[in-house]
Design a protein around this ligand. Structure first.
Ligand code: ARG
Length: 405
């Protein structure tokens, strides 16, 4: 065992398995692996044994599901954080929490080197490293994938065989997959060709809408101050609610996204996402905001949501602007309580009803029946005043033109 101690962010996949051995060889270091459980179903089983049989002296597996939902996912939901209009940011939201976990375990272990398995052309290296350096500027980071000799998965598999590293690789599935409870991201393989529709095996948790049940399903979601607290009237913990919505939504083919996105490093990439719960909850939350927020707040919020999503995507979760916007969203969520009923059917989400004690909808004002209480005469003066500056511009322009003529 060397004098160096390296804390490795470990998923149990091919890259990080190979990394454990490679790092201990190259740096003659003691390796401690850390795995955060953010609700990913695959890979987490037997991960401790796997890490140790690959050469780790210690393997931490930390259940972060509750913290992930309560302190990360709900912030993104309340902030309406959807990147480039489509991607609900599952991977991006998970990285700062994992960065925090890595830094705290490094501290506990009295180590100051952290290694991760992100590639040199992706977003996650940025999110991880910006997060970790912000939390502890003295941390040193090693990113083996940016420097090692392996050029392909085959090279890594060969190295694994030579070094007796236990791996479970499905060569038929050529995808790179990242998963947590808020969504799954899948890239590589045929997905790299933008001219081709995603093969069906690129989807892991959603039914093809064509094969989804012929019967629709109605669900009711209750929110308190922007946070979903109950499904069909039954109160439950956030991670349970999200888990159930993934199952129900996935069954009905809801939550599939096939996207071209702009990466932080300037590349455009094509990725397939599955996030049934995220799509359902964002839609329900937005509908409740439309009912309960006043016009100016709602319009302003839309722009800020975009800024919030960009910060999250760009790895700036631990930043003053992010914190300030979080306070803004929390403040406007005070009113966002109520119930939204939705219907799921073959990949679609239909809104059936919205109700809230904070509803700003007034049927008396909206109705076209004799019950109408809106003063139609007020509209005339309102229109005159709102159009006044524009009337002046037009008159001014016309006068000028007539002078020249
Ligand atoms: N493009 C997504 C993001 O930047 C997901 C990245 C991880 N994807 C993956 N398939 N390994 O957040």
């Amino acid at each position: 065992m060397g004098n160096n101690k390296i804390i490795v962010a470990y998923s149990g996949g091919l890259d990080t398995s190979v990394m454990v051995k490679w790092l201990s060889n190259k740096y003659n270091a003691e390796i401690i692996t850390v795995t955060g459980n953010l609700g990913q179903k695959s890979e987490i089983i037997n991960i401790e044994d796997k890490a140790k049989s690959t050469g780790a002296s210690k393997a931490y597996v930390v259940n972060l599901k509750k913290e992930f939902i309560n302190d990360y996912v709900w912030k993104a939901l309340k902030g309406g954080a959807i990147y480039e209009g489509e991607y609900p940011l599952a991977t991006a939201i998970g990285r700062p929490l994992l960065a925090k976990l890595m830094v705290s375990i490094a501290q506990k272990e009295n180590a100051n080197i952290i290694a991760h398995g992100c590639t040199g052309k992706g977003n996650d290296q940025v999110r991880f490293e910006v997060g970790m350096k912000t939390l502890n500027p003295d941390i040193q980071i090693i990113a083996p994938l940016r420097e090692w000799e392996f050029k392909s998965r085959e090279d890594e598999i060969l190295y694994a065989k030579e070094n007796n590293i236990p791996i479970s690789v499905n060569l038929k599935k050529p995808y790179s997959i990242d998963e947590n409870i808020w969504g799954i991201a899948t890239e590589c393989g045929e997905l790299e060709n933008t001219a081709v529709a995603p093969p069906e095996d690129a989807y892991q948790i959603t039914t093809n809408p064509e094969d989804a049940p012929n019967e629709s399903e109605k669900i009711k979601i209750t929110f308190i101050k922007g946070v979903p607290v109950a499904l069909d009237g039954i109160k439950m913990a956030g991670h349970q609610l999200v888990g159930m919505l993934n199952d129900i939504g996935g069954k009905h083919g809801v939550g599939r996204f096939d996207i071209i996105e702009n990466r932080i490093v300037g590349i455009k990439s094509r990725e397939v996402y599955e996030a049934p719960a995220a799509q359902i909850l964002h839609e329900a939350h937005l509908q409740l905001e439309k009912l309960t927020l006043d016009k100016d707040t709602f319009r302003y919020k839309q722009n800020v949501s975009n800024a919030y999503a960009n910060l999250i995507y760009d790895g700036l979760w631990f930043s003053p602007l992010f914190d300030a916007l979080t306070v803004f969203f929390d403040s406007i969520q005070e009113r966002v309580s109520g119930e939204i009923m939705l219907e799921l059917y073959k990949g679609n989400i239909k809104i059936l009803s919205r109700e809230s004690e904070n509803s700003l909808y007034s049927q008396e004002l909206a109705t076209y029946t004799e019950k109408d209480t809106f003063n139609h005469k007020d509209a005339e003066g309102f229109i005159n005043i709102i159009s006044l500056p524009h009337q002046v511009i037009t008159k001014h322009t016309v006068n000028k033109i007539s002078v020249v003529d």
